[in-house]
Write a protein that binds this ligand. Structure first.
Ligand code: MF3
Ligand code: CO
Ligand code: CO
Length: 280
């Protein structure tokens, strides 16, 4: 049995250069990321009005251990939960607690599971009961921005193409892109080089090469882009308290394009949110 300490005693370091993973590592990432996706799938049946976010944390912890995995956030840099639950104006890193979800809330659930030393990192938005049209629209725009970014991923493209695709689309919909948090290299480390910005200019930033693995996890606001972190040291909220949404996939660069490791095996990538089929 692997213990949390074993996973922590990872000899690898974030050296600043972008790691290239081989086919065996891609296979390891498929397993970790598909377990994460199955966990997020199962949560679609659990989220409902009255449920405390702590119950989501309990579920993810149990799901991980029952499947031979570990929740990567548990004891990560002082974070003491197995998942992040970010409600309404909470941008990211919301800490599960005993307060019940209420009808009309929209909660991002961000799960990272470690399987055989590989990290699968993904998040989705979950509507709690019936939600307002503005909230649904923000979720649609945010997932679409992630889809457009994924379409940019291929050898020879640049990180800036990813950021530009998200920024151009989201701002064109009169939304704003959070700049204080970004996607990241992932694989045998949780947070590795490169930083994957969700804004930028085409042609700028590192060139993508086969074997790179990273997350894309845009946070899009209905209001202004600015965030602040609450006194708990984690919870990031929009400064203007406007609604915010986030989806996250882990992707690998292949010889010809990109492999999305965290797609839902059940087609539940946007649970409860109907996406216009145009770009799906
Ligand atoms: N899963 C988050 C990400 O997408 C990181 C959460 S770190 C925590 O990178 F400590 F806040 F849990
Ligand atoms: Co991430
Ligand atoms: Co995440």
């Amino acid at each position: 049995m692997i213990t949390y300490l074993d996973a922590e005693a990872n000899p690898q370091r974030n050296t600043g250069s972008i790691r290239l993973y081989d086919e065996a590592a891609f296979e390891g990432m498929r397993r970790a990321c598909q377990l994460t996706a199955r966990c997020l799938d199962a949560l679609a049946d659990i989220v409902r009005p009255g449920l405390p976010t702590q119950a989501i944390d309990d579920f993810v912890f149990r799901f991980a251990l029952d499947n031979g995995a570990l929740p990567a956030t548990l004891n990560y840099r002082g974070y003491m939960k197995s998942v992040c639950t970010s409600i309404n104006h909470v941008v990211c890193h919301g800490i599960p607690n005993e307060k019940p979800l209420k009808e009309g809330d929209v909660v991002n659930i961000d799960v990272t599971l470690i399987v055989d030393g590989y990290y699968g990192d993904s998040s989705r938005m979950y509507p709690v009961g019936r939600i307002k049209r503005a909230a649904e629209r923000l979720c649609e725009i945010t997932y679409r921005s992630l889809q457009l970014a994924i379409e940019e991923v291929r050898p020879g493209a640049h990180l800036g193409d990813i950021g530009a695709a998200i920024q151009d689309y989201a701002e064109g919909e009169r939304c704003s892109v959070v700049r204080d948090f970004c996607g990241h290299g992932v694989g045998r480390l949780f947070h590795d080089a490169p930083n994957v910005l969700h804004y930028g200019r085409r042609g700028e930033g590192a060139e993508l090469r086969p074997g790179m693995i990273f997350t894309i996890e845009p946070m899009i606001n209905l209001g202004r882009p600015h965030v602040k972190v609450l006194s708990d040291g984690w919870t990031a909220v929009t400064r203007d308290r406007s609604l915010t949404a986030q989806y996250e996939h882990t992707v690998g660069v292949t010889q010809t394009g990109c492999e999305v490791f965290t797609y839902s095996p059940a087609g539940l990538d946007t649970p409860g949110i109907a996406l216009d089929p145009v770009n799906v």
